[in-house]
Design a protein around this ligand. Structure first.
Ligand code: UD1
Length: 335
């Protein structure tokens, strides 16, 4: 089993990945600056895994901090989550996005190189593909980032490619996520945005808890069966298990891969709303509003390469995503 550094390990996907790595027998160390995660996540991780959590609080932009962390542990690999992820905000603040996402990553890679650690799993996104030329998206679909956020992820992917060309000791896994949803079965960790959520699932969850009055459906005139946007929602625990398979592939096979992590099935906004109503057993108010700028009708993954290369299979369906999300938010808000 390996010793793994998780950057951003207190975040939504990072925390679920921590649990799955521990369950697979890995030793895990978290670094997080808690800019978008709550500190009590750490206690909850200790509760779920029934063991103390090793955390260093600090920033991936801080070279001295990273040097101390790498000097204190002998890592086999790094999984890099620590990044900014709001597309709309990236349009307002491109500099901040490039600093955290790109400079943060290159600072981390430099620290890894100095410490002699050459295996990294990188959190990427299906947004790198841009407007679909064909669906499902396969990994060789052309890359066309339309936001600073998407561009920052493409830049990091490209850096990895150049790094490997320059020095073959590097092996990496680029994981392009589709739309993560749901929460851990324990209802102790999940997604908990502080502000008004940008994404559909956390928004619906806040309508269900009564924190927000209604969902605005961003357009019902798309070229889809019910007119609302169709996406490939993937349970966060399936996504987390994909990271375990990816890092294992690096450690045991030394083999670089760039893969979609999705289910291959698309659901519309109305499908999501109905499934959530079933989970929380009440009707949820909505109104249909205008389209959101930059939104695409429909996209979903071709998951075949991840299955072939990692043995990855998304096992949890839409009802599991809604049930676990509802268990988590209703417990958190005492609904
Ligand atoms: C967004 C991000 C993308 C990121 C992905 C997963 C944008 C433009 N893209 O994509 O980079 O990888 O999340 O985290 O933000 N919807 C509503 N009402 C809402 C919110 C969403 O109707 O209040 C609809 C959207 O129009 C879309 C679907 O729900 O059809 C999903 O939206 P969202 O959860 O924001 O994900 P993406 O648009 O796929």
């Amino acid at each position: 089993m390996g010793k793994i550094l998780l950057t951003g390990g207190a975040g939504y996907i990072g925390s679920h990945t921590y649990v799955e790595l521990k369950a697979a027998g890995h030793e895990v160390v978290i670094i997080d600056n808690f800019s978008n995660a709550r500190k009590d996540v750490i206690d909850r991780l200790a509760q779920i895994t029934d063991s103390p959590v090793l955390v260093h609080e600090g920033d991936v932009l801080d070279k001295a901090f990273l040097a101390t962390v790498f000097a204190s542990h002998d890592f086999d690999a790094v999984i890099h989550f620590a990044a900014k992820k709001a597309v709309g905000e990236s349009v307002e603040k491109p500099l901040e996005y490039f600093e955290t996402n790109c400079t943060g990553f290159s600072t981390l890679l430099m620290a890894m190189k100095e410490a002699g650690v050459f295996r990294v799993v990188f959190s990427s996104t299906a947004t790198v593909y841009g407007e679909p030329l064909s669906l499902p998206y396969t990994e060789d679909h052309r890359i066309a980032p339309v936001s600073p956020y998407a561009q920052s992820k493409v830049t990091c992917e490209t850096l990895l490619k150049h790094l490997k060309e320059a020095d073959d000791r590097w092996t990496y896994g680029v994981l392009r996520y589709f739309n993560p949803a749901g929460a851990h079965d324990s209802a102790l960790i999940g997604e908990d945005p502080n502000d008004i959520p940008n994404n559909l699932m956390p928004y619906i969850a806040k309508v269900a808890t009564g924190e927000l009055p209604q969902l605005t459906v961003f357009g019902d005139d798309y070229n889809t069966p019910d007119g609302t946007g169709v996406r490939d929602y993937i349970h966060v625990v399936d996504l987390a298990q994909g990271h375990v398979q990816s890092v294992d592939k690096l450690i045991y096979d030394n083999s670089t891969h760039i893969l979609n992590l999705g289910t291959g099935t698309g659901y519309s906004v109305f499908d999501m709303l109905r499934a959530y109503e079933k989970a929380c057993q009440k009707p949820l108010a909505y109104t249909v509003g205008p389209r959101r700028a930059g939104d695409i009708d429909c996209f979903y993954a071709d998951p075949a390469s991840a299955r072939e290369i990692l043995g990855f299979e998304a096992r949890r369906g839409l009802d599991d995503m809604c049930r676990t999300s509802w268990n988590w938010v209703s417990r958190l808000r005492n609904v």
